[in-house]
Design a protein around this ligand. Sequence first.
Ligand code: NDP
Ligand code: 2IT
Length: 446
Amino acid sequence: MDPRVQQFMAMIKAKNPGELEFHQAVQEVSESLIPFIEENPRYKHAKILERMAEPERTIIFRVPWLDDKGEIQINRGFRIEMNSAIGPYKGGLRFHPTVNLGILKFLAFEQVFKNSLTTLPMGGAKGGSDFDPKGKSDNEVMRFCQSFMTELFRHIGPDTDVPAGDIGVGGREIGYLFGQYKRLKNEFTGVLTGKGIEWGGSLIRPEATGYGATYFAQEMLATRGDSLAGKTVCISGSGNVAQYAAEKMTELGATVVTLSDSNGFIYDPKGIDAQKLRYVMELKNIKRGRIKEYAEKFGVEYYEGKRPWVIKCDIAMPNATQNEIDGEDARLLVKNGCKCVTEGANMPCTPEAVEVFLNAGILYGPGKAANAGGVATSGLEMTQNSMRLPWSREEVDSRLRTIMKNIHTTCVKYGTRHDGFINYVDGANIGGFVKVADAMIAQGVV
Ligand code: NDP
Ligand code: 2IT
């Protein structure tokens, strides 16, 4: 490791003990940025990277609620307001039993770079709770969301901090959170994104992350004169990002052969077409069932406790969670002919997996670039809320396409090596950094 990175990471680890995912995210970024900062000493003197690795504000709070049996449950709520140099804090809320401070700090840190890449004026944040929505009734989810917002509301606002969804937080949860915020503040504002279309939401926001990650893959393939047509795609996850990635991939001529959840994956060699995908959406979004039921319904294989990366594919699209592709998975993917990895999830590849992809010279689109379409469309939702005017599907989708294209161009600008290889990791990290860093310098020591 570069000794300058080693020294920086020693400081980060000492200051943030035990926060392994945060260390991982900061290390990956500092490996791109420290050499760049050495060449641009104004960033070094202003200690920009050191400041960016320290949240502007961390909020941790108790979330008590009553379950259906009348028993008191206590969860922990968080909001990490990481950086507001280029706009109000912006980023999702995750409800999952694994949520802790280190995971949310990694997500908030990544969000700062991602939001900068979108070209829209949004700072970075992340929040959530160790609450597990699985197996809870709608009423329990509602009571939890109301209690969560009863504390969070004082810290957020349409010009201060605008949360949205992430794992375990979809349209249902955003609805309950918004309802409680509105009651507490007596204000109807764009304080959350991912809202329902009847109450201030944007068309295409539910689709945006999966669509955007597919558009990003299209852009990457085009640099090699290639396209999605006829490609076999392995997708992990079966939630919001996975569903709409599968939809757009199929629409653009690829065949999606896997989907997964935390119990296992299904392999459908004929492809998960539009009709089968409708079944998945109903299964996951309404019945809240397990992906295993797909295998029973359509008579395909189900692999309990396994991840999809053992299946031969041209494109891998991890759309579930962090560190879901390790070095061994990556080696197998490359050996099986995978040419492109586009990350719908945040940090789904371990550092070893990323190294395997870069050494193999395949197209590797890191999450902060490839999955930025979700938050970008949240930005478009904020714009429509401010104007009090909704845009059509076509208008939002066309803006999303342009934004993904521009993010790709930024990655090419900052990530092209002397031999012509595009390192999208460096491209996204440096491209996302510059705007935030220049804004921080302009705003003084804050
Ligand atoms: P959802 O909650 O809709 O779906 C999550 C999916 O991933 C489910 O299939 C879930 O399975 C699976 N999953 C979650 N945790 C694990 C785990 N620990 N191990 C295995 N599988 C797991 O979330 P999203 O689709 O919104 O989010 C997926 C990823 O995309 C996350 O990394 C998120 O940060 C990222 N992302 C989301 C954006 C958005 O707009 N929603 C924007 C940008 C990135 P199960 O049901 O069994 O838990
Ligand atoms: O990781 C992400 O970018 C998101 N979960 C979306 C955040 C947002 O504010 O739309």
